[in-house]
Ligand binder design. Structure first.
Ligand SMILES: [Zn+2]
Length: 448
């Protein structure tokens, strides 16, 4: 037998992220966990001897992924999504409650999803529930059944079976969730601002931007913050695109409100100036904005106003993505970033003088904390042995056709990033890209 060990008990590297510090270490793994963190020297020949050009980091915890199964499995599915995740260094995925049919807005919907996921998972997967009009009575049963929190929209979601909450229903959902100490995660674009914005059929990216103005985000985020203040609910702003909302978020945090925020690799990588017209693969909502905005999002992360970075992997078929032949109003809004998010952010961070420890905090520890997984997202004794090896001696060359997710559409197609995820371990087991162990990934339930 040659090649990669499946069950690894020792990992040795010159560069291991332990706490906030990158240092030489040997990790001893047992029963899927990190049993000890020992000096680099002194171990016998380790099972996995990492080259000096590479860093061992905790696996990425991606809390914003649309798997779409059951119901829209031709858009994506648990088998394809979790393999794409593993190849990109993501060891934990949290699945969004919509785009699957049924959506995860009832316990029956959750059970359907859990049944669909069984036997398909290359990495660990948790589930968000959803808050939609009329399902207030389903929220606590979903929480008891193990969902990690509840997603809602303040404007149309893009699929009919997951309608948005109006302001009164949003407050009712916040109150209900605050009552049992849960978390509400919000797609924060304001329906009224979007309705009033010009949205004419057009292939011009500038026209698409006009249809999703910054004000849609700032107004909705103000509503989210006010809701947290009024109800005491913990709230999380999904996929922040507009840096104009940063002052509001900074003030909310200064006030001590339980508000957290995420942004996404595509907002940190691309700029509106670079997006060609009629290029639906860059369409997402809220949209990729200008270069100055991108710089401010990076600054917001460094400052800590933005807490974490998640893919918002939201794939579709080509038919949906290219509907209207490049008319950006008709195209499906969503970018598939699960497999390339970590290397893309790591590369852009390096260009900006930001180290891997910081990127790891945003993509692993902070997201694990968001969903209450203290045993994930960090290299520590007792934590799950979820690891990625990021090697600067290799490049990530993105070819959409070769990505593991189901539909070969990627905003990153054709790009090359310095650094590649060469190895991923899920609870001590190396993910074999050719033959992933689909019985290994666990379905995760709320632990706190
Ligand atoms: Zn999303």
């Amino acid at each position: 037998m040659s090649g990669t060990p499946t069950d690894v008990t020792t990992v040795r590297a010159r560069r291991v992220l332990v706490g906030d510090e990158v240092r030489p270490a040997t990790l001893h793994l047992a029963d899927g966990r990190i049993a000890a963190i020992a000096p680099y020297d002194g171990a016998d020949v380790p099972d996995l001897d990492v080259p000096d050009t590479a860093t061992v980091l905790p696996g990425v915890v991606d809390t914003h992924v649309h798997v779409n199964e059951p119901g829209r499995t031709h858009w994506e599915g648990f088998a394809t999504a979790t393999l794409a995740a593993a190849l990109g260094g993501v060891t934990t995925v949290v699945d969004m409650p919509l785009n699957s049919i049924p959506p995860t807005t009832t316990v029956a919907g959750l059970r359907a999803k859990q049944a669909a996921a069984a036997g398909q998972l290359a990495v660990d997967v948790g589930f968000w529930g959803g808050a939609v009009p009329g399902n207030e009575g389903d929220l606590e049963p979903l929480w008891e059944a193990g969902v990690l929190g509840f997603k809602c929209f303040l404007s149309p979601s893009g699929v009919d079976e997951f309608p948005p909450l109006d302001p009164a229903a949003f407050l009712r959902a916040l109150r209900a969730v605050a009552g049992f100490g849960g978390l509400v995660v919000v797609h924060a674009e304001d329906a009224g601002v979007l309705d009033a914005a010009p949205a004419r059929p057009s292939t011009a990216y500038a026209d698409f931007l006009l249809s999703r103005p910054d004000e849609a985000e700032t107004r909705a985020i103000r509503q989210v913050i006010d809701g947290a203040r009024e109800t005491g609910a913990r709230v999380h702003v999904l996929h922040l695109s507009s840096a104009r909302a940063l002052p509001l978020l900074r003030a909310a945090k200064d006030e001590g409100l339980p508000v957290t925020v995420e942004t996404c690799p595509h907002y940190l990588t691309f700029t509106a100036e670079q997006v060609p017209d009629a290029a639906a693969r860059y369409k997402c909502c809220p949209p990729i904005r200008d270069a100055a905005n991108r710089d401010e999002l990076w600054a917001g992360l460094v400052e800590g106003v933005v807490d974490c970075v998640v893919s918002d992997h939201s794939p579709s078929t080509g038919e949906e993505k290219f509907r209207g032949g490049g008319d950006l109003q008709q195209a499906w809004g969503g970018i598939s970033g699960l497999q390339v998010g970590f290397p893309a952010v790591a590369a852009e961070a390096a260009r900006r003088g930001i180290d891997l420890a910081t990127v790891s905090r945003w993509m692993s520890a902070a997201t694990a904390d968001l969903v209450g997984f203290p045993g994930k997202g960090r290299i520590a004794v007792g934590a799950d042995a979820d690891l990625l090896v990021h090697d600067l001696a290799e490049d990530t060359v993105v070819v959409a056709d070769r990505l593991a997710h189901r539909n070969p559409i990627s905003a990153y197609d054709g790009l090359t990033f310095p650094g590649r995820v060469t190895t991923t371990l899920v609870r001590g087991r190396v993910v074999d890209a050719g033959r992933p162990d689909r019985t290994w990934g666990r379905q995760l339930e709320r632990t706190a």
